[in-house]
Ligand binder design. Structure first.
Ligand code: GDP
Ligand code: MG
Length: 302
């Protein structure tokens, strides 16, 4: 009889280091939204990888930061609870932005919580596609010499380089245990949630400046229909009238584009045709409003 291994793995790092891209690469499917803008991921995303002999439950997290407003405080709470839940910790760095991890290792949370944790720790050097071979080797040596990590692994999450090695090292550190989720379950969130995330991803891609950070997306209707397209109605919540005008654009041109690219991506995710309706609502200072944040689902997990 071969043993079955199970465990939770938290993926932690600075905003934009490639945490969500790594999650998707490890799962072999796009679950978590990824963009070139920091703070894309606002809530912990759970992704389950099931094979005959193991089940890994990945926790993709918002980037580590010093919170400036209530939403960011809630985001950091998700980072902290993911660290608590983890059996194995992956710290990921962007080798171009923070090659020696000075910024990451100087974060209070990393110094006080991550480094003090006795859990197995892996350091993943992401985006090595942007470095020369010599520089990558040099960085690996520097980190290995620190003796903080059980493993130091150079990867390219977006090019799928060395992802299998990350899986293997995780499995090596996992303890024996039963499956906690059915084999065909990939996440704990609903299709509704991922549809709202896809629309948020498109907002991040299309709009500039403060707009992406001022938006939230709520699914107000999600009607599954056997004989025709699914009907999805979503609300784009912004903080000010001026932002609403930008989202809509000249004679509705911007929101029309948002609707089109979102619909295509949602159809790819759901593997069926949908009818997507978008509306824009102003909710003043929603990012600092405890009750609004709660109603948008920003509550502590577990
Ligand atoms: N060149 C390069 N870019 C990457 C790699 N992994 C992620 N990225 C890019 O880095 C940006 C941030 O990725 P994302 O996964 O959203 O980062 P997160 O904020 O840590 O979740 C996106 O534009 C990705 O396409 C990589 O291995 N190489
Ligand atoms: Mg992310």
């Amino acid at each position: 009889m071969t043993e079955h291994k199970t465990g939770y793995v938290a993926i932690l790092g600075l905003p934009n280091s490639g945490k969500s891209t790594l999650l998707n690469a490890l799962l072999g499917q796009k679950l978590s939204i990824t963009t070139s803008k920091p703070q894309t991921t606002r809530k912990r995303i759970l992704g389950i990888l099931s094979e005959e002999s193991y089940q890994i439950i990945f926790l993709d997290t918002p980037g580590i930061l010093s919170p400036a407003y209530l939403l960011q405080e809630k985001m950091m709470e998700d980072v902290k609870s993911s660290l608590d839940d983890a059996d194995v910790i992956i710290l990921i760095i962007d080798v171009k932005e923070d090659p020696q991890a000075e910024t990451l290792f100087n974060q209070e949370f990393v110094k006080a919580s991550v480094f003090k944790s006795k859990k197995p720790k892996m350091l993943v050097l992401n985006k090595v596609d942007l470095l020369t071979q010599e520089r990558a080797t040099e960085l690996i040596k520097i980190f290995e010499a620190k003796k903080i990590f059980d493993e130091v692994i150079p990867i390219s999450a977006s090019l799928n380089f060395n992802i299998q090695r990350v899986r293997e090292e995780i499995i090596r550190h996992l303890a024996e245990g039963p499956k906690l989720f059915p084999d065909d379950q990939v996440t704990d969130e609903s299709e509704r949630f991922f549809v709202s995330e896809i629309i948020r991803e498109k907002i991040l891609e299309i709009y500039r400046d403060e707009i992406p950070y001022s938006c939230e997306v709520l699914i107000v209707e999600f009607k599954e229909r056997e004989t025709s397209k699914h009907f999805i109605s979503a609300e784009v919540v912004v903080e000010r009238e001026s932002q609403k005008a930008i989202i809509i654009g000249k004679v509705g041109s911007a929101i029309k584009k948002l609707g089109e690219v979102s619909r295509k991506s949602i159809e790819e995710f759901l593997q069926r045709e949908v009818f997507l309706e978008l509306r824009v609502k102003v909710r003043k200072k929603w990012r600092s409003d405890e009750n609004l944040l709660k109603s948008f689902g920003y509550t502590k997990k577990e």
